[in-house]
Design a protein around this ligand. Structure first.
Ligand SMILES: [Zn+2]
Ligand SMILES: [Zn+2]
Ligand SMILES: [Zn+2]
Ligand SMILES: [Zn+2]
Length: 247
């Protein structure tokens, strides 16, 4: 079920009480969004004549729309209604290829790829590039994700799990700094490097979103991320490239 907006056009009087008190009257279009935002437009310009962003409460009756947020209140009295619609609305995003389940365009929007057509939703790993190539198994776009190395995987985690690629490349690759164990690639919420001797040793680090480029002064692997070189241990103060034992 997609969310709905509400569009009401009519001869209205709007009263805004709060930081910028004002009253306006005319034929206007009132748009309410699923997040509680209310926008009121007249005949000119891109800017609403009155608005309330993400109001806490919005009530709509036949003759009145009331939106309130803290000490701000927007009241629209509808004297004569011209039209009223509740069209479906979705997140709009950058098109990133065709949905294999329906004919629509997949769109990328703040950390997800979704389909306005069938409602499919795929979370994106952080720092991901969506490629033009499609998965040969399911037809969804491929992703390029950097977790130690660069991996091309299917957008659908269940189709071609990123974790298996990262595990295949880096499981038990590095030593635990706190005991004689090796670091495993595990998922506990996010992707982690965790000691194989858990629970005797509870050492674990978030797997950095970057390329493995060498060894930190502390002995842990060093990663090149979009914020520069990073040691997985966020408390480590000696990130530096040393000789890589595998090279
Ligand atoms: Zn679709
Ligand atoms: Zn696939
Ligand atoms: Zn350990
Ligand atoms: Zn370090």
């Amino acid at each position: 079920m997609p969310d709905s907006a509400r569009v009401i056009a009519g001869r209205c009087t709007t009263v805004f009480e709060g930081t910028r008190e004002q009253e306006q009257h005319g034929d206007m279009v009132v748009l309410t969004k699923p997040d509680g935002t209310v926008l009121i437009h007249d005949s000119t310009g891109y800017q609403p004549v009155a608005w309330l962003t993400r109001a806490e409460a919005v009530t709509v009756t036949d003759g009145r729309i009331t939106a309130s947020d803290g000490d701000q209140q927007l009241i629209v009295t509808i004297h004569r209604e011209h039209t009223r619609e509740t069209p479906p609305v979705t997140d709009a995003g950058i098109p990133v290829g065709a949905c294999p389940n329906c004919a629509d365009s997949l769109v990328r929007h703040s950390g997800t790829v979704s389909c306005p057509g069938c409602g499919a939703l795929y979370p994106l790993p952080s720092k991901t590039t969506v490629l033009d190539d499609c998965c040969s198994a399911c037809g969804l776009p491929q992703l390029r994700v950097e977790r130690g190395a660069s991996f091309d995987v299917c957008l659908d985690r269940d189709c071609d799990p990123l974790d298996e690629h990262v595990r295949g490349a880096f499981d038990r690759e590095w030593d635990c700094p706190d005991c004689a164990g090796k670091l495993r690639v595990i998922r506990r919420g996010g992707l982690l490097l965790g000691c194989e001797n858990y629970p005797d040793c509870e050492t674990s680090f978030v797997f950095p979103a970057g390329r493995h480029v060498g060894t930190c002064g502390c002995g842990l692997p060093l990663f090149e991320t979009s914020n520069g070189q990073r040691c997985p241990d966020s408390t480590c103060d000696r990130p530096q490239v040393g000789p890589d034992p595998d090279d």
